[in-house]
Design a protein around this ligand. Structure first.
Ligand SMILES: Nc1ncnc2c1ncn2[C@@H]1O[C@H](COP(=O)(O)OP(=O)(O)OP(=O)(O)O)[C@@H](O)[C@H]1O
Ligand SMILES: [Mg+2]
Length: 462
């Protein structure tokens, strides 16, 4: 009898009893490993081989318990793949293996969720409040892992069916094993994560920044999902397109924490592009609006938007982003921090039609309305932050960088250079600002004290 002869419940039953975790389990594990010895290679999948060490063996044990091996056997038997050929990544919640179908030469990413209880304990906050898991919430760790894998599979299907974004094709799910398309740059190597991608130039950095923002909006508007762990580690550049994956924790907008997850995603994306890639980015609040506002409210000519094909829609969204101001001053940083700390209504779902229509009439700013009295007075903040900088030296005045009117006199090439420059001036502005502060400090040193000045003036009058 092989593992695939058991039903899922049989397998459960057999391994729920703790005394089976001894001799029988070990023997069966050895048996199945023997049977598939030439089909399952769990070494690190890399062009430069790393020898098997203790740590790796421990990880293997954590992931490939006999029960999981049983499900893997099912996947072999149904002909999806015939070999596991190395480990692509070992993560907190799952390992990714390189799977191959030797008769068709198709390659797959095989995500095997760890069945260890501890790792899944802190997952509750993503599942609680998720109506799709209403009846399925369970304290049984196996059930939890199964739910988790199923959630990722279902989310991945949603993403894959949306033509405006890219994600690996979901292929199969058996219990805690998810099989999907393998994103490869050839030779069995995975395509690079956004983090490791070799950006050609500044233009390409800005391009992928915009792609990330559009991705968040399409996920929200069309797939009704907030990723909830979006970053340069959970996106891959494959064939020059931005692919998103790792969606087990993604939630729908009516999840009680969707607003917090979305704000976190926006911050992560902005942090990567501003801190690591050193470009100027948009205010988190503007991005948030861009993501959650329906097209008929965000765009004046929303009817035209509907009629567009996929490419046209992307272009349209991109044009919208290009109209936003980039962050340029301490005030903007401060506003981002305030935005992050605002206590907003419990879910995006609560932003109802009423708010959106008020917003479209220009009566109010949706978020300000939602948070009631909290209103940031830009001027006050700016004064606070830049107390030692004189008015005309204030940094962050967009006029030198940003004006469409200025650009209109330029040739096409110059215009695009100028557009790029506004993303690039981050360091320049910082230096300039330091210099201005330094000058002001020097000036103050030789500045006459107010009371002395008054005395002298009065003396002169006499
Ligand atoms: N379909 C795929 N094709 C190629 N590589 C992939 C694919 N899916 C995942 N990977 C690689 O495996 C890594 C881990 O995948 P994933 O993020 O889904 O798992 P994880 O358990 O959440 O890992 P982590 O805890 O590191 O985030 C990715 O960063 C990526 O490098
Ligand atoms: Mg991940």
């Amino acid at each position: 009898m092989s593992y695939s002869d058991y039903s899922d419940d049989d397998v459960d039953e057999r391994y729920n009893s703790s005394n089976l975790r001894s001799h029988t389990e070990l023997k069966e594990k050895t048996d199945i490993l023997d049977r598939y010895a030439d089909k399952i290679n769990l070494d690190v999948h890399t062009t430069h081989r790393i020898t098997r060490d203790k740590a790796l063996r421990a990880t293997v044990d954590q992931v490939l318990d006999p029960r999981t091996l049983g499900f893997l056997e099912k996947i072999f038997n149904n002909g999806t793949l015939s070999r596991i050929n190395g480990c692509v990544s070992t993560g907190k919640e799952a390992n990714i293996y390189y799977g191959l179908n030797e008769s068709t030469s198709e390659e797959f990413a095989v995500k095997i969720y760890k069945t260890s209880i501890l790792v899944f304990k802190d997952r509750t906050r993503y599942v609680v409040g998720e109506h799709r898991f209403g009846e399925k919430q369970s304290k049984n760790p196996r059930q939890m892992v199964r739910n988790w894998a199923e959630k990722e599979y279902r989310n991945l299907k949603r993403l894959y069916s949306e033509p405006l974004i890219y994600s690996p094709k979901p292929i199969d799910l058996k219990e805690n094993i998810l099989v999907m398309q393998y994103l490869t740059r050839g030779n069995g190597d995975p395509s690079p994560k956004l983090r490791d991608y070799n950006f050609k130039d500044l233009e390409s950095v800005i391009h992928y920044y915009h792609e990330m923002l559009i991705l968040m909006r399409v996920l929200y508007q069309n797939c009704r999902l907030v990723h909830a762990d979006l970053s340069e580690y959970n996106t891959i550049v494959h064939d020059e397109n931005l692919y998103v994956f790792d969606v087990s924790q993604s939630v729908e907008p009516d999840h009680p924490m969707s607003i917090d997850f979305l704000r976190m995603d926006i911050k992560n994306v902005n942090d990567f592009f501003s801190r690591i890639k050193k470009i100027n980015v948009y205010a988190e609040r503007d991005i948030f609006k861009f993501v959650i506002t329906p097209s008929n409210i965000l765009f004046n000519n929303a009817e035209d938007f509907k009629e567009l094909n996929q490419e046209g829609k992307k272009e349209f969204l991109l044009n919208y982003l290009n109209t936003l101001n980039l962050k340029s001053s301490d005030t903007d940083e401060f506003n981002d921090e305030v935005f992050r700390s605002l206590h907003l209504v419990s879910s995006l779902h609560s932003i109802d039609e009423r708010d959106f229509s008020k917003f479209s009439n220009g009566d109010m700013d949706t978020l300000v309305d939602l948070v009631g009295s909290v209103k940031i007075n830009d001027e006050d903040v700016e004064k606070d932050v830049n107390t030692d900088v004189s008015e005309n030296e204030k940094v962050g005045n967009d006029s030198d960088y940003d004006s469409e009117v200025d650009r209109s006199d330029l040739s096409g090439e110059e215009q695009s250079q100028s557009k790029l420059k506004r993303f690039q001036d981050k360091e320049e502005r910082k230096l300039h600002k330091q210099q201005v502060k330094e000058n002001a400090r020097e000036k103050r040193k030789s500045k006459m004290k107010k009371h002395l000045k008054k005395k002298l003036v009065n003396k002169g009058k006499k």
